[in-house]
Design a protein around this ligand. Structure first.
Ligand code: T3D
Length: 267
């Protein structure tokens, strides 16, 4: 991947086969402004387009993961024109969420501190969410008279169940990382001092995995939310047909029979 020194509100570093994308407005709790939306899109496109990056880790700089939309950008002067939030979501947030959810490579998220509003949605779009014990998740939208967005109403009830999702969304009360893990909202809650190591170890492991198969798994799981069982059985057969022609399948079977670790190339 070409270096991206021009990015300011996010940083992107490549570590062997995986990349770390850090939300980098720590003084603003990594809240998302227009520049960050554009730079996130640029960084995600760079990761997606680079074959040698086979896993992505997303985290935040400083004490927060992400406080959602930067509300300083949304101040409406008395009598002033309301911002076009439909457009902001359609053109800004939604493509970012879909990029993460549909990217045919695994995305790990390390929630290092508070996640609020679209910050929760961003985390939940990732495939594996680790959170530090001190982190908390706040569906802050109702606190400012908005509805949850950026996929929150899709991800959260599926992960935590409707009663818990409804309570989070309609009260805005914070949920700590341990509870989030118990509710199935996230993959793991870990001690603060272990967050970086555990999430990076998984990203590095995923970077050696059969990437193409992992991308197909992501696609099948998303499609499975909508499909009937007969349709999903057919989609599994189609994806398996393709996976079975991949070199990683041949290598995986050979490695199993030779009783050695597989050396996957991602294809
Ligand atoms: O607009 C669109 O395009 C539609 C899309 C919307 C998506 C959304 O995300 S809407 C939801 C927006 N986010 C929020 O409503 C969250 C607002 N923030 C909070 O509720 C709390 O700050 C937190 C729960 C995140 C953290 O609480 P705490 O007590 O740890 O920190 P704090 O003292 O409230 O905040 C620290 C500073 O960060 C403070 O600034 P200061 O006083 O030190 O200069 C605070 O104003 C600032 N900050 C926190 N969140 C935001 C923010 N500044 C701008 N935008 C924020 N979202």
């Amino acid at each position: 991947m070409k270096a991206k020194p021009d990015l300011e509100t996010v940083t992107l570093e490549q570590n062997g086969g995986w990349a770390r994308l850090t939300l980098n407005r720590p003084g603003k709790l990594n809240s998302v402004n227009a520049q960050m939306r554009a730079e996130l899109a640029e960084a995600l496109a760079a990761v997606d387009g680079e074959e040698n990056i086979r896993a992505l880790l997303i985290t935040g700089a400083g004490r927060a993961f992400c406080a959602g939309q930067d509300l300083q950008e949304r101040e409406i002067a008395p009598g002033g024109e309301a911002p076009d939030l439909r457009r902001s979501l359609r053109e800004g947030y939604n493509p970012l969420i879909w990029k993460i959810a549909s990217m045919p490579k695994p995305v790990v998220c390390a929630v290092n501190g508070v996640a609020a509003g679209a910050g929760v949605s961003l985390a939940m779009a990732c495939d594996f969410v680790f959170a530090a014990e001190s982190a908390r998740f706040v569906m802050a939208f109702c606190g400012i008279g908005l509805v949850p967005d950026s996929g929150a109403t899709w991800f959260l009830p599926r992960a935590a169940g409707l009663p818990r999702a409804r309570a989070m969304m309609m009260t805005g009360e914070p949920v700590d990382a341990k509870t989030a893990a118990q509710w199935g909202m996230i993959y793991r809650c870990v001690a603060d001092g272990e967050l970086a190591e555990q999430s990076e170890t998984l990203a590095a492991k995923l970077a050696r995995a059969p990437t193409s198969a992992l991308g197909r798994i992501k696609r099948l799981l998303i499609e499975g939310e909508e499909n009937s069982l007969p349709r999903q059985l057919e989609r599994e057969a189609e994806e398996q047909g393709e996976a079975g022609r991949g070199s990683d399948y041949a290598e995986g079977v050979r490695a199993f029979l030779e009783r050695r670790p597989a050396d996957f190339t991602g294809r």
